[in-house]
Design a protein around this ligand. Structure first.
Ligand SMILES: [Ca+2]
Length: 394
């Protein structure tokens, strides 16, 4: 028609979160730990070097119905779990003529996905199109991309103390993503089980059901306190800080590696059970799963002769300054700081027994601004001043 057609089309495409179609390049400073691009031939199963099929309705000796009340039977049939020859894994729930559901659930052979020791970040990511059903046709669909703590494998009764990190959950065809940490004891406990500590984001167009979207989770031990962060299409929508729970609960959930799970459950306590209106055979499509890591400190900071200190970026306007005595207990710590637009502030920091650190949130910051800060601390009745440090907000 006209020369205008092509540029207009390109604008439309650029505004959509297009699938990568393969594992993205490893970002500078990161290392690719593991990935599966699902490039196998059409109607083949998954790599047995990478994945274990979970079969039936429970782990051996574990809770019935996979602990959630879901009603499907998991199989290793390529009717339920298959590569499509176009670069995607498909996990497809199917209702039989008798009304019974089968589906698929696979988990990584590896159980050692964790941040690098000594402080670093683990990034776990997948590009996924959720089953393309909504409304009554989606009733009972519960697709998920998630992780369980390594000590769970082979034991199957130690949930949730060993930790569960849900990178993506979705129910009943909602155009909404949920991310959750489970830990501690159940019911109740420090993680508010069985709900867990969750966050969610309502999505726009194209929906989670009609297009691939990127689900990313970061487990960051380069900052103090440590953080778990959830992203969808690069948008950060949920954080759980180490200080959200007591120290032993955090340790029990994070002092080991994790394995990754992909599954589509049908029914159970969260979505409710499928009905006669529920569509059979809508697959979850997974373009890739990739795990990257990054070593070293992501936050500003350093150490003096008897303390460590630093600044952690919190959000678009806040930063957490922290001070940690080494080998002594401070009776108080005062933060002195200056940022653009205000004179020097002198504030009492708060002590967290969980992290053995003193902290203070500085607000009113914007990207590119430099924070100048120093500490006054009391050791054995004597007051000391540190040098002044600086930190620039990314
Ligand atoms: Ca792929």
């Amino acid at each position: 028609m006209s020369a205008l057609t092509l540029p207009l089309l390109m604008v439309v495409l650029d505004s959509s979160p297009v699938a990568e179609a393969s594992v993205p390049p490893t970002p500078s400073g990161w290392t690719l730990v593991w990935s599966d691009d699902f490039t196998g031939a059409a109607n083949t199963g998954v790599s047995s070097a990478n994945w274990i099929y979970d079969i039936g309705t429970s782990y051996p000796g574990g809770a019935p119905n996979w602990g959630t009340g879901e009603i499907e039977t998991m199989t290793n049939s390529t009717a339920n779990v298959y590569q499509d020859g176009a670069g995607n894994l498909n996990i497809k729930p199917i209702r039989s003529s008798s009304g019974a559901w089968t589906s698929g659930r696979i988990e990584t052979v590896r159980t050692n996905f964790a941040p690098p020791s000594g402080g670093g970040i683990l990034r776990v990511e997948a590009s996924i199109q959720l089953p393309n059903v909504t409304g009554a046709a989606a009733q009972g669909y519960w697709p998920a991309f998630w992780m369980l703590g390594a000590p769970f494998r082979g034991v199957y009764t130690n949930w949730p103390i060993v930790g569960e990190m849900d990178i993506l959950e979705n129910v009943n065809g909602a155009n909404q993503v949920w991310g959750t940490l489970h830990c501690g004891t159940s019911p109740g406990g420090p993680c508010n089980e069985t709900s867990g500590i969750g966050g969610t984001r309502i999505m726009g167009s194209p929906s989670l059901q009609t297009a691939f979207h990127k689900y990313t989770f970061e487990w960051d031990t380069s900052v103090s306190p440590n953080q778990l962060r959830w992203y969808v299409d690069g948008i950060h929508y949920h954080t759980v800080s180490q200080t959200a729970v007591d120290a032993s609960t955090w340790t029990n959930a994070t002092n080991h590696g994790y394995f990754i799970i992909l599954n589509v459950a049908m029914g159970g306590g969260w979505p409710g059970n499928p009905t006669s209106s529920t569509t059979s055979g809508a697959p979850m499509k997974v373009d890739y799963v990739a795990v990257w890591s990054k070593t070293g400190s992501g936050g500003g900071g350093g150490s003096g002769s008897e303390y460590t200190y630093g600044v952690n970026n919190v959000d678009s306007t806040q930063a957490l300054t922290w001070f940690k005595p080494s080998g002594f207990t401070a009776s108080y710590v005062i933060l002195h700081y200056i940022r653009p637009g205000i004179t020097q502030q002198n504030v009492n920091m708060s002590y967290s027994s969980g992290t053995a650190q003193w902290g203070y949130y500085v607000g009113g910051l914007s990207s590119g601004q430099t924070l100048s800060y120093s500490f006054t601390y009391n050791k054995n009745g004597v007051q000391y001043d540190t040098p002044t440090f600086t930190w620039t907000k990314p």
